[in-house]
Design a protein around this ligand. Sequence first.
Ligand SMILES: Nc1ncnc2c1ncn2[C@@H]1O[C@H](COP(=O)(O)OP(=O)(O)OP(=O)(O)O)[C@@H](O)[C@H]1O
Length: 614
Amino acid sequence: MARSGFNTSGSDATADLPKPKVNKESLKRSLRIFRYVLPYRGKFVVGLLMLVLSSSTFMAFPWLAGKLISAANHQRVVLPNGFELGINGIALLLFGIIVFQGFFSFGRIWFFTQVSEFTVRDIRQALYAKFVQLPIPFFEQNRIGAITSRITSDVAQIQDTFSLTIAELFRQVFTLLIGITAIMIVSVKLSLFMLLTFPPIILAAGLFGRKIRGLARTTQQELANTNTIVEETLQAINSVKAFTNERFETQRYGTSLNRVVRAALRSNLYRGGFVSFIIIGLTGGIILILWRAATLVYSPGPDHLEVSQLLTFLLYTAFIGGSIAGLGEMYGKVQSTLGASERILEILDETPEPTHIEPAVGLVPAKIQGDICYEHVAFRYPTRPDIVVLQDIDFHIAAGEKIALVGPSGAGKSTIAGLLMQFYPLSGGRILVDGHDIKDYDLTGLRRHIGIVPQETLLFGGSIRENIAYGKPDATDAEIIEAARRANAWQFISAFPESLDTVVGDRGIKLSGGQRQRVAIARAILKNPAVLILDEATSSLDSESEKLVQSALDELMQNRTSLIIAHRLSTIRKVDKILVIDGGRIVEAGTHDELSEREGGLYANLLRLQFELA
Ligand SMILES: Nc1ncnc2c1ncn2[C@@H]1O[C@H](COP(=O)(O)OP(=O)(O)OP(=O)(O)O)[C@@H](O)[C@H]1O
């Protein structure tokens, strides 16, 4: 059945959820999510008990209300245990029942919400732990937005299920069964007549519901398109203005909005139709039942109905109608839940990288020397298996040596360095660290000894202290300050009124590029790795800042094996060896002096080009 409310152009977090068919297979698959409820099964059972009690007490209400009318008509009301009740007694009993029902409902909500809160916390925790352990290719194949919605809206959907849907489903089915039994006891004839009016109404409601849902989805899609325009243009507002496209974009947004309105109106046309159908069909059905009931009350004989019985019958009928409508809505919810749990389980079933495995698998070096050897390494990115990115990369760096990778953009320099961290599996060849294949090391054990200072330093949103200590979470203040000093960062940090506690803003935007880099260098100094990967910043810093960053880097590189991805050749004159990469191959190798004198060599050309540009 359609949702209540007519605003179909509002946003709906569950709109993009897949809606699998509710069948044995999908239920079996999704029910695995219930393993997260197991630790709280005690609370769940108590909640269920409360639910049974609150539903049962509620179902006694119509029966007692009928008895009240009987008593009003001077008929004797005797309880099954032989106890006779008058009007006041019945009214008191009704009150008592409602009080009990209130109490049990409270208990049901209290226990079920506890179960759902704890369960959802555990699912989120498990999802997050899985996310951070998934290999990098997973993040290249999936959009970050889609991944985060697993942990937000999909889990929220599950939360609804544990706190409300299960209880509601149970209550509706219970009400339906008890209700139908009760009306059958009151009058089989009238019950059969009433039940016959249901199928056509349910069928029509189902058809309408499906059509309306389809149209609502179209509206959601159109609305999402308008949001894309807003996001895209506001993120690139400089380009919009530079190309003087303000009017064009406004018109584009307007056109898109009109499509939303058209879709929403069409959907509401069906909603309107549905509401009138419900009014006419449902009320018509009620009139029919009332007419039939009136004839039974009127006529004497075996089918004769007392007014009190009629009241009981009508109240139970109202409950039955309510639960059928409720079950229709439930179906959609169950579908969304199945969709959400399938998507969550999909992630939980993914194979993680073997990080943080206790006991560790493979070599766990307390210290590594930093002797690195790439042997005929070949590589393709898993997301682009048909493009060969690296071929026959073969070189050796002795412990403590510094080598630079240079070459045109897209040549494969960052890829070569990234492979050392085992972000991706190799397509051929092998990489040795201290004589052992990196595949033989425990992943966490190896990565602990490698430091990276990336091209674009993105800091985390906390304080400078937290950002530096990311390299060694248990570092003391003295160690942090020492690292900051050696990274030429202490000067500017101590000038901030809040010093190390200065909050750097989302992704570190409150710091300048050069400051961010020096914080990243301090972080790497604190981590104290044996091997260092430096991805030199391409965005030029002013010469003062560059000097500070460069001397911080020199400090960082001391006594460490360093792999420098260089863009400015002026910074790598002192390295032990330069590898010139082009098209995924090493095309030249040697010292700066050797390569710069090589007639027609790529390095000599690049050097000349940069010199001329300078
Ligand atoms: N995550 C990725 N998935 C698929 N292909 C990638 C990925 N990263 C890089 N590539 C491709 O691999 C090739 C090498 O890229 P890489 O970043 O290693 O080059 P680079 O020499 O470091 O370039 P730059 O100097 O511009 O940083 C490029 O063609 C690039 O398009």
